[in-house]
Design a protein around this ligand. Structure first.
Ligand SMILES: Cc1ncc(COP(=O)(O)O)c(C=O)c1O
Length: 460
C-alpha cells in the first residue's frame, strides 16, 4: 500500500481515516485515560505552529503538543539531520564514541550554566530524573530526596514517587525516602503569607525539613525550576539563591528538572538562568530535540562528575545517546541558536503576557495568569476575592471534565486553537516559530472562548 500524502486543507479519504480510528480504538492503550472515555482525533499533518485533522480542519497549536515541539511541525533542518544520520549510522552501543553524541554533549555543556560540563543521556524526561536521583544518591552516599508538592517528574516508578502530582497514585506506595515540601506558590501561598513580607519562608522551610530529617540522610532536593504541569509556578527572584545556600549548608545536591521549562521555553536557555544559580544536576528532555526523536539528558556539575571518575556510574540503557536522537538534538540546538529562537520566545512571551493581563481584566473567571516566556497558564476561579477554583482540584478528576473548562476548551477547538486544560488551569505553550499574526489570532480566540468560563462564575 502506498502511503497517503496529506496536504493542508485536504481531507483524508474516509476509508483511511476510519482505519486509523479503528486501529486506535481496538489496539492502542492511551496514557492517563480510561480508554472508553476517549474520543480520538487524527492529526493528519502539520507545518510550523499549525496542524490539521482528518477533515482538513486547521488548528493553531497553542500547546506545542506536549510542551516539546518548540520548533513546531516539520522543521527542515531537524528532519534533514535525522535523515542524514539514518543514512550514515542508525545505532551504536552507548560504550562507543560517536560524532553526534559527542557534539550534542558539548553543545549542551556550552548552553547550560556554570560548571555543568558533563552529560549523561537517557531516553526521556522521567529517565533523566531517575538518573539524576541515582547519581545524587551514589555521589552523596545518602538516600532521601526532598521534592515539592506541586511537581511532576515523570511516569517511571522513581520519578513518579518524587512527584507530588496526584498521578503519583499510579506508582504508590512508591520508592522509599521521598519527603514532600511546600511550593513557592505566591497566588496560593501554602503558609498564608504574602510576598515579599514572607521573607522567603517557603525556601527556609526546606532547610527546616533537611534539619528535621537529618542532613546526613538527605541526598538531594529536586525542583521543577518553573513548575509546568501543576500551575506554572514562578518562584520570586530570591528563592533559588536562598535554596542554593540551604543545599550548600547541608551538603545536599540541588537537582533542577528543566524537562519542560528548559531549552528556551521561558525565554532564556534554562529557567534557572533567570535566577543566576547553578544546580548540581539538571534533568533535560522534551525541547532537547524539539520532540522529533525521544531523548533525555542529565547535565552534571564537575564536582558530581568527578565522583564517577573512580566510582562506577551504576546506571545505563540500551538507547542512551541514540545517534538519531543526538543528531536531532544537534540540529535543534543549532536552530535555536542560529534562528534567534530563544530571544524570540522571550519577546513573544512578553507580548503574550501583556495580552493575558488585558484578558484577565476582561474576564471575571480569570483569577490569575502566570508563567514566563512562552510558558503560561490561565487560572480560572469562581470568585476572584476568595480565589476559589472554578473547578475543584480532585485527584481523580479527569482533565477537562467540568463543563466550565470542557466548554472553554471546546469553544477554542471549534475556532481552531488547540490547547489543553488541567483542573481549573488552561495551559498555554505555543511553539517558538509561531508568527506574530498567529499568536494574535490564537489569543483572540482564547479571549472569546473565555466567555464560556465566565458564565460559571458565581461572584463577579
Ligand atoms: C517537569 C517534567 N519532568 C519530567 C517529565 C517526564 O518526561 P517524559 O514524559 O519525557 O518522561 C515531564 C513530562 O511532562 C515534565 O513536565
Amino acid at each position: 500500500m502506498r502511503p497517503v500524502v496529506q496536504r493542508q486543507g485536504q481531507p483524508l479519504p474516509e476509508a483511511v481515516a476510519s482505519r486509523i480510528l479503528e486501529d486506535d480504538r481496538r489496539h492502542l492503550l492511551h496514557s492517563w485515560s480510561a480508554q472508553k472515555s476517549r474520543r480520538a482525533t487524527i492529526i493528519a499533518g502539520g507545518q510550523g505552529a499549525v496542524f490539521w485533522d482528518a477533515e482538513g480542519k486547521r488548528y493553531l497549536d497553542f500547546a506545542s503538543q506536549l510542551v516539546n515541539l518548540n520548533l513546531g511541525f516539520g522543521h527542515p533542518r531537524v528532519v534533514e539531520a535525522i535523515q542524514a544520520q539514518a543514512a550514515e549510522l542508525c545505532y551504536v552501543a552507548p560504550e562507543f564514541a560517536n560524532a553526534q553524541r559527542g557534539r550534542l554533549a558539548r553543545a549542551v555543556a556550552e548552553v547550560t550554566p556554570g560548571d555543568l560540563n558533563r552529560v549523561f543521556f537517557t531516553t526521556g524526561g522521567a529517565t533523566a530524573n531517575e538518573a539524576a536521583i541515582r547519581m545524587a544518591r551514589l555521589a552523596t552516599g545518602r538516600q532521601k530526596v526532598i521534592t515539592r508538592r506541586r511537581s511532576y517528574h515523570g511516569a517511571t516508578a522513581g520519578a513518579l514517587s518524587v512527584s507530588g502530582d496526584p498521578r503519583r497514585r499510579g506508582a504508590e506506595p512508591g520508592v522509599w525516602g521521598t519527603v514532600v515540601a511546600e511550593d513557592p506558590f505566591c497566588y496560593r501561598c501554602p503558609f498564608g503569607l504574602t510576598y515579599p513580607s514572607c521573607g522567603m519562608h517557603c525556601a527556609d522551610h526546606i532547610g527546616e525539613i533537611i534539619e528535621f530529617e537529618d542532613p546526613d540522610t538527605v541526598a538531594a532536593v529536586i525542583v521543577e525550576t518553573i513548575t509546568g504541569s501543576n500551575a506554572r509556578i514562578v518562584p520570586p527572584p530570591e528563592y533559588y539563591p536562598r535554596l542554593r545556600e540551604i543545599c550548600d549548608r547541608y551538603g545536599v545536591l540541588l537537582i533542577c528538572d528543566e524537562v519542560m521549562a528548559g531549552f528556551g521555553r521561558t525565554g532564556r536557555w534554562f529557567a534557572i538562568d533567570h535566577y543566576g544559580v547553578t544546580p548540581d544536576l539538571m534533568s533535560l528532555g522534551k525541547g532537547i530535540t524539539s520532540g522529533y526523536v525521544p531523548l533525555g539528558a542529565v547535565a552534571v556539575s564537575d564536582r558530581v562528575a568527578s565522583y564517577f571518575e573512580t566510582n562506577v556510574l551504576l546506571t545505563g540503557a540500551t538507547y542512551s545517546g541514540h545517534p538519531l536522537a543526538c543528531a536531532a538534538g544537534v540540529a535543534t540546538l543549532a536552530a535555536y541558536q542560529e534562528e534567534g529562537l530563544i530571544e524570540r520566545a522571550r519577546v513573544l512571551g512578553d507580548r503574550l503576557f501583556a495580552r493575558l493581563d488585558a484578558i484577565k481584566q476582561r474576564h471575571p473567571a480569570v483569577g490569575d495568569v502566570r508563567g514566563r516566556g512562552l510558558f503560561a497558564c490561565i487560572e480560572l476561579v469562581g470568585d476572584r476575592k476568595t480565589r476559589e477554583p472554578l473547578v475543584p482540584w480532585t485527584p481523580r478528576g479527569s482533565r477537562e471534565a467540568h463543563p466550565a473548562v470542557a466548554g472553554t476548551i471546546r469553544a477554542m477547538r471549534e475556532r481552531g486553537v488547540y490547547a489543553y486544560a488541567k483542573w481549573n488551569l488552561l495551559m498555554l505553550a505555543p511553539p517558538f516559530v509561531i508568527t506574530d499574526a498567529e499568536l494574535e489570532e490564537g489569543l483572540g480566540v482564547i479571549d472569546e472562548a473565555l466567555a464560556t468560563a465566565d458564565r460559571h462564575v458565581t461572584a463577579a
